[in-house]
Every structure is written in structure tokens, then in C-alpha cells.
Design a protein around this ligand. Structure first.
Ligand code: PMP
Length: 364
């Protein structure tokens, strides 16, 4: 077995080593209760306290204004793709979707089941940039405008917050939440599946401005109803407690590391290291995404001439042999993808950078 592996997977992604130590220590006897959290009722003071503690760390890290609710919901990102229209589209029956990659495309498709969807950008299947906002076809009558701030597959990350002229802005931040400070007050709703930057799968973190509650469609399942979940303090039913707990421990780790400014500065260093090697390789490595919207979390790139995947296969094989794993690009786009979330250390990214330089020397 390999001594150490370097996990560049897109999600479920690497968790901080320190968090594993904490989970191990707490696994069978949670906070001196004598039992594991895995066998604790969600109605106990133990869980209620944990639930509140995690809401508070979310609030501190993102500086969440008082008029926003923090809720934890089962169903991950896909659950929220349905929850967003179910909770918000009733006002006008129509919603704007800014499709900048595979995930926002999927969100738009899901929303169509519950109302009218206006595509703000001309349809494409080549997601490599974000057109200037002056060209956007925004509908002033939309109930909300949906964006995905970081496209995990295509590696397209917003470098600005759109001005939606008062229409509530809803953001899927699944793959870049807690990687930098965000002005929450610019958004109506922020949601994120936890399994990339802040934990493991099974839970979505949802931050909702309170005036957007109480307008769910009558068909909205209770499970996805933000208002019902908020009123029940995220324990309407048995929540994914262990996933929520892990999210809490990861968020506390982020706080101990220095918070979101520290995460942002690390992310910039890590991503620049890889993008610089790509830029300096005279086209040997190729990053398809426009520079201003290149993701600091998911770095997709190609090697060699289009259509010839032999070098990419060799790259991945050589990487695996060194313990650099889960670098294969998503099946929809191919190529290589390095995910450099919060828990991935600069050292680990340096190991990848060294390998990329060696591979280039060998083959260029
Ligand atoms: N949105 C984004 C940006 C994602 O990356 C993903 C998962 N990769 C999802 C939504 C869907 O999340 P889940 O698998 O938790 O349903």
C-alpha cells in the first residue's frame, strides 16, 4: 500500500487530517454521553446543542446578517435544485437561470418541472467563460435569478456578483462555499452540498433571507420546504446528523486555521501554482477556461493535441503511481481535473506541480 496519497478528487473530497482525528476520538463516546452520535436521538439536548453550535459557526465564518436563516437539509445539491423552484417560483411562476456549466444546466432542467425557466445566456455546450452582464437576457418578472458560483466540472468560477436589479439572487455554491469571503447580503439564497469544501455527502447547507420564506408551492414536499425546516430548527425529521456533525467539525477547523481570508489566500496560491505551469508550457498543457473566470477550486486541463488522449492516459497512470489520485476529468468533458479544495494542502499541490513539470520535460 502507498505510504501517502494525495487526493485531488472533486467530491466527496479530501477532509482535513485534523478533522479525522477529532471524529475518531468522538466516534464511540460523543461529548461524554457514553454513546456515539450515530445512535443518539436528534431530539436530545446533545444534538440540539450541536445543531445550534454549527449554525453559529456558519454565521461567524460568512458573517451572515441577522435577517438570514441557516438550515441544514437532506438531499444535497440535487435536492436543492428542486427546493429552489418549489420554495421560490410561486411569486411569478417564472425564473431566470444563468447556465455557465453542467451543474447550472442541471438546476435549470429541474426547475422546469415547477414553472417557466428563462435562459439568461445563449445555449452552449462549451462552457469556458461568463459573458459580460450587459449582454444578459434577464427577465424583470422572474421570481429569482439562479447562478452556480463555481462549476465543478467545467471549472468556471464567477469573479463578480451579478446585479439582478432587485430580483432575488440564488446561488449554488456547492464547490466553492467557504473558500473565500462572500457578501451574503447580495444574495437571496445560498446553498451548497457539503461534500467538497465543508464535509461529506448527504447534507446541504442553505442560507435564506427571511422575506423569501412562506411562499413555497403547495406541492412542495415538507422535506424540501425551507420554511417548515427553519420553523423546526432543521430537525423537522431525522436529519443526516453525522454529515451535519462532520460539516461542523470542518467549519470549526476552518475557523481555527484563520477563517475565510486564510482559505482564500491558500486557494489563490494553490491554483496559481497549477495555472502558471499550464501557461508556461507552450501549449503542452491547455486550460480551456477564460483567465478571469478560472476556478480556484477545480482546475480542468488537457494535454497534447485534441482527439489524442494517449498523453492524458499516461499522465494519469504516472500520477497514480506517485499517489496523486482522482485526477481524471469528469466523464462529460474528459481530460484532467485537479480539485484543490480547502483541505488540500499547498504541499500536496506542490507535489502535483512537480509531477506536471517532470511530465512536461519528458514529453514536450
Ligand atoms: N452543484 C454543484 C456545483 C455540484 O458540484 C454538485 C455535485 N458535484 C451538485 C450541485 C449536486 O450535488 P449532490 O451530488 O449533493 O446532489
Amino acid at each position: 500500500k502507498m505510504a501517502k496519497v494525495f487526493n485531488f478528487g472533486a467530491g466527496p473530497a479530501k477532509l482535513p487530517e485534523e478533522v479525522y482525528e477529532i471524529i475518531k476520538n468522538e466516534l464511540t463516546n460523543f461529548e461524554n454521553s457514553g454513546i456515539s452520535l450515530l445512535e443518539t436521538s436528534h431530539r436530545t439536548a446533545t444534538y440540539m446543542n450541536l445543531n445550534v453550535e454549527i449554525q453559529e459557526v456558519v454565521r461567524r465564518l460568512l458573517d451572515v446578517p441577522a435577517n438570514y436563516k441557516v438550515i441544514f437539509l437532506a438531499g444535497g445539491g440535487l435536492g436543492e435544485f428542486a427546493a429552489v423552484p418549489l420554495n421560490l417560483i410561486s411569486r411569478t411562476g417564472t425564473a431566470d437561470y444563468v447556465v455557465t456549466g453542467a451543474w447550472s444546466a442541471k438546476a435549470a432542467k429541474e426547475a422546469k418541472k415547477y414553472g417557466k425557466v428563462n435562459l439568461v445566456l445563449p445555449p452552449t455546450d462549451r462552457y469556458v467563460d461568463i459573458p459580460d452582464q450587459s449582454t444578459w437576457n434577464l427577465d424583470p418578472n422572474a421570481s429569482y435569478v439562479h447562478i452556480c458560483t463555481n462549476e465543478t466540472i467545467h471549472g468556471v468560477e464567477f469573479d463578480f456578483i451579478p446585479d439582478t436589479k432587485g430580483v432575488p439572487l440564488v446561488a449554488d455554491m456547492s464547490s466553492n462555499i467557504m473558500s473565500k469571503k462572500v457578501d451574503v447580503s447580495k444574495f437571496g439564497v445560498i446553498y451548497a452540498g457539503a461534500q467538497k469544501n465543508i464535509g461529506t455527502s448527504g447534507v446541504a447547507l442553505v442560507i435564506v433571507r427571511e422575506d423569501l420564506l412562506n411562499q413555497a408551492l403547495p406541492i412542495c414536499p415538507s422535506l424540501l420546504d425551507w420554511t417548515a425546516n427553519f420553523k423546526a430548527n432543521s430537525i423537522q425529521n431525522t436529519p443526516p446528523m453525522f454529515a451535519i456533525y462532520i460539516m461542523g467539525r470542518v467549519l470549526q477547523w476552518i475557523e481555527r486555521q484563520g477563517g475565510l481570508d486564510e482559505m482564500a489566500s491558500r486557494a489563490t496560491k494553490k491554483a496559481s501554482l497549477i495555472y502558471n505551469i499550464i501557461e508556461e508550457s507552450n501549449g503542452f498543457y491547455y486550460a480551456p477556461v477564460a483567465k478571469n473566470v478560472r476556478s480556484k477550486m477545480n482546475i480542468p486541463f488537457r494535454i497534447g493535441s485534441p482527439g489524442n488522449e494517449a498523453l492524458e492516459k499516461e499522465f494519469l497512470k504516472g500520477a497514480e503511481a506517485l499517489g496523486l489520485i482522482q485526477l481524471k476529468g469528469h466523464r462529460d468533458v474528459g481530460g484532467i481535473r485537479a480539485s484543490t479544495y480547502n483541505a488540500v494542502t499547498l504541499e500536496e499541490v506542490e507535489a502535483l506541480a512537480d509531477y506536471m513539470k517532470d511530465f512536461y520535460k519528458k514529453h514536450a
